[in-house]
Design a protein. Sequence first.
Length: 249
Amino acid sequence: MRIILKSPAELEKMRASGLLVHRILGELAGMVRPGVSTLDLENAAVRMMGDAGAKPAFKGYHGFPCVLCTSVNSEIIHGIPSARRVLKDGDILKIDTGVSLNGYYGDSATTLPVGEIGPQVKRLMDVTLESLWIGIEKARAGNRLHDICGSIQDHVEGSGYSVVREFVGHGIGRSMHEDPQVPNFRAGPNPRLKEGMVLAIEPMVNAGGPATRVLDDKWTAVTEDGQLSAHFEHTVAVTGNGPWVLTKP
């Protein structure tokens, strides 16, 4: 495992990428309503990235066809935008996207309600977002990776939900995916966190069991039991002053 520490100057470049991702997700959130297709969102994101002179992180990555992942309801991650996928009242939509600006990546995801959602659906979203911030709080020099992973797992499972096992967060920098992997449960290597590490922390939380499967499109991951899933993500730097969330102003 080779963890690449970033200099303060590199973190500033990653901050620029992160703030662009934040702005794109914010503008897309304002478009999300019943009757909008996931391709409408994709086209808007393509335009915003182009206007900013940024390179999409996802399009072409292992052959992925789009700049956004748009995953609806029981779809967990890696949903492919489509004109045929029209949002309906009561859906929840996960949007995950990333950009490269000046050679450095930013990556973030959010889960959004479409129209009116019920209290149980809102609770799933709330617990997932809470678990992200609980994990971020542990991203401090001197802690270990499992402090992040375990705190997310404990909050999610203590709330009656399950964390996805097949897909995990990751280091990020000049490459979209770097070491270390960042599971949302205690597993794998447990390196000590150091200043200059940058992690994409991204809880993926299922209302039912943790089991997943991938659809015939070879990308879209869904819950095996058909229950809802939520996903939030931020790019976070470990600094001497604590966690610095690069994808949030």
